[in-house]
Design a protein around this ligand. Structure first.
Ligand code: ACO
Length: 318
């Protein structure tokens, strides 16, 4: 993983917004989040996470066949952020492209990587979640800006022959465009050119229907978790660690109740980083491994909901 150094605490937000540390912590579990510096972007955060992943895996950039960057805050409209990452890390052999599934991006990216690796087409596929959410916040809107943060996480999938089911057991992804207005950055140059009215109306900032999203997050993250486990002939009893998208601690607590999986089996780091969208799950995966919460042989369940709406789950045997 890689995180910008700058920390923005709830106390800092109290100085500019009609909000309080107490409200933010009680309603979301968030204490602080990271904010990218001016010279940082999704590509630079992602490239730093990529370098860390390569070191961790003992691989070189030349080993990578494919780089998938999952981001909803790309550096520019095009070329892809993945091409910038490829250039920064020097992965000259790799194909590189972005996918857009917002907070679900990493699980959607894993599902693509899984197919390339399982089919034997590629040996090493890197999936990166990288976001600079701070750039699309309306910093006067207390309903959204307190929730999000910046950061990046990366994983490398490697093809390994095994007699036992191991690695990514399966991924399950879904979308429902009927709820595309729940979370949206409405200003985009495809519908209408960049214009001053749109800037004045903050159309290039995130708009969110918080409560509707909350309810769908609980419903879909629970449903897809069960779907994923049943597909593999597993039950919630078999799960060692759940690594959920870190959007709101109360969503995680409610999913824990719905699935009847104790909360201490859920890895939670939202208090430190807020919602880092596509970076949230790979950052949490990294910290869960580093902290010893994920051990060799463990079964992990990833589960997420994001704008689109999109949602998904993955089962991983380490
Ligand atoms: N500080 C103080 N008060 C606030 C703040 C704040 N930061 N934000 C809202 N309030 C106020 C509201 O104005 C409202 O006041 P009112 O009753 O006088 O109108 C009151 O608090 C309650 O507001 P609600 O919106 O009802 O609060 P809720 O308990 O629903 O929490 C939240 C809001 C945290 C946004 C919650 O709905 C949530 O987490 N939603 C899900 C977000 C999510 O899951 N996103 C996932 C995907 S993200 C992606 O894909 C990019």
């Amino acid at each position: 993983m890689y995180l910008p150094e700058k920390i923005l605490t709830n106390a800092d937000l109290e100085k500019t917004l009609d909000t309080s540390d107490e409200w933010i912590q009680t309603r979301t579990g968030i204490q602080e989040r990271r904010i990218a510096q001016k010279d940082e972007a999704s590509s630079t955060l992602g490239a730093n996470a990529a370098k860390n992943a390569l070191n961790d895996a003992g691989l070189t950039p030349e080993d990578l066949d494919l780089i998938i960057v999952c981001t909803s805050t790309p550096d520019v409209l095009y070329p892809s952020t993945a091409c910038f990452v490829q250039k920064i890390i020097g992965a000259s052999r790799a194909a590189a492209y972005d996918i857009s599934a917002v907070c679900s991006g990493f699980v959607f990216g894993l599902s693509i990587a899984e197919q390339f690796v399982k089919s034997g087409r590629y040996e090493h596929v890197m999936v990166i979640g990288a976001e600079v959410n701070s750039r699309i916040m309306d910093w006067t809107d207390r309903k959204t800006c307190v929730l999000f943060g910046d950061g990046a996480g990366a994983a490398i999938l490697k093809r390994v022959e095994s007699s036992e089911p191991s690695g990514i057991l399966s991924t399950h992804i879904h979308s429902d465009g009927n709820h595309s207005d729940f979370l949206i950055v409405p200003g985009g140059i495809g519908r209408e050119p960049v214009n001053n009215d749109a800037v004045d109306n903050k159309m290039y900032c995130l708009k969110m229907a918080g409560q509707s999203t909350f309810k769908m997050a609980v419903k879909r993250m629970s449903e897809v978790s069960v779907e994923c486990l049943e597909y593999n002939g597993l039950t919630t009893e078999d799960v060692d660690v759940v690594v959920p998208h870190q959007a709101n601690r109360r969503i995680i607590e409610t999913v824990s109740q719905k699935l009847n999986v104790p909360l201490d089996k859920f890895f939670i780091n939202i208090h430190k980083y807020g919602n880092t969208s596509a970076a949230s799950i790979p950052i949490a995966l990294h910290e869960a491994r580093e902290s010893g919460k994920i051990q060799q042989g463990n079964l992990s369940l990833l589960t997420v909901l994001g704008a689109g709406l999109t949602w998904g789950a993955a089962a991983i045997r380490w």
